[in-house]
Ligand binder design. Structure first.
Ligand SMILES: [Cu+2]
Length: 339
């Protein structure tokens, strides 16, 4: 039965691809507020031949309190095995992106980001301290390839990689190291330290007033970086639905499943007994995230093709390996302009 189903699916896909038409009205269109996915989704759309797009995104991610597996954990539980526990970690990210389409089939994409993070701690003897790190993250380069665009549906693939421009040796002063600075644990580092291939597949569909999309994405990590570790692979499946309320505004809902692999190897300068974030057993997990947002689009006039997007996202479920900071809300705001 399964065999027949997949054969039918395969033939239907072929038939769909074969009847490629040039009629613009049957094509999936980006020229509407929900023509782009919720602002937190990357590589969701492509551009027409010769088109450029520049974007700026601001992302605020917050982590607070602890989780062990599926359950909440107290700071005292963490402090029975470690000298120090983090209590909160806010992170801000500024992202600059550029896209260019040399043809209708191919869009090139580059993304630069600047990250700043803080981590608040509690020690076994009741002291508090905060560490900070900030700087350029890993630069990401990608190519998007369109498989088809018709009947208001579209399918494209992404292939790319990140260049390890982000530091993995960020350090700061802690009560244990004062007056010297010591290397900060993994979550406070700015890059991965490895060249990471990225692959994604995005399906988009729309009708008069609603649009929807699905994206499966993998970030793959190989080898070891200069600090003798590599982060785990990352797989996500994103699904969204947006309602076009007017020519200039749409509202979206998004549901994401995320699998993060465990960190492999260990930085020899970090002591895993010191703090939970320096112990590689406390890395990786499975999350389900939900997001609500809106897109604003200027359909005519001097600012035509300017967009603003906003999304509020929060984990609905999180199952974390070992004991880790709990993921809280993520806010994403972005401006996009194509010409
Ligand atoms: Cu774009």
């Amino acid at each position: 039965m399964k065999k027949y189903l997949s054969a039918i699916l395969f033939m239907a896909t072929l038939a769909l691809c074969a009847q490629e038409t040039n009629d613009e009205t049957t094509k999936w269109s980006a020229g509407r507020p929900d023509g782009h996915a919720p602002i937190s989704v990357m590589g969701d759309h492509m551009h027409g031949k010769g088109e450029w797009m520049f974007s700026y995104r601001y992302m605020h991610m917050n982590m607070e309190d602890l989780k062990q597996g599926n359950d909440d954990a107290s700071f005292d539980e963490a402090l029975t095995n470690y000298m120090v526990t983090p209590t909160a970690m806010p992170m801000n990210m500024h992202m600059l992106g550029a896209m260019f389409a040399p043809s209708d089939r191919v869009t090139l994409m580059a993304m630069f980001n600047y990250i700043s993070m803080e981590m608040d701690h509690l020690t076994r003897i009741g002291g508090n301290f905060t560490t900070e790190s900030s700087g350029l993250g890993d630069i990401k380069l990608s190519l998007l390839y369109r498989f088809f665009n018709q009947n208001q549906q579209s399918l494209h693939g992404q292939i790319g990689f990140s260049i390890p421009t982000g530091s993995i040796t960020e350090s700061d002063v802690t009560p244990a190291s004062a007056p010297n600075a010591m290397e900060l644990p993994y979550p406070m580092q700015l890059g991965s330290g490895t060249f990471d291939p990225v692959m994604a597949l995005t399906y988009l569909g729309q009708n008069e007033s609603v649009s929807w999309g699905s994206q499966i994405r993998g970030v793959f990590r190989f080898g070891k970086n200069d600090r003798e570790f590599r982060y785990g692979n990352r797989y996500s499946l994103n699904n969204w639905l947006a309602v076009k309320a007017a020519d200039w505004i749409s509202f979206s809902a998004r549901l994401e499943g995320l699998l993060v692999g465990e960190l492999d190897g260990a930085d020899p300068d970090l002591n895993p007994m010191m703090v939970i974030t320096a112990d590689t057993d406390n890395s990786g997990g499975t999350l389900i995230n939900g997001g609500l947002g809106f897109n604003i689009y200027v359909p005519t006039g001097a600012l035509k093709n300017l967009r603003f997007g906003f999304e509020f996202a929060s984990p609905l479920l999180q199952d974390l390996e070992g004991i880790q900071l709990k993921n809280k809300e993520t806010l994403t705001l972005g401006l996009q302009y194509s010409l």
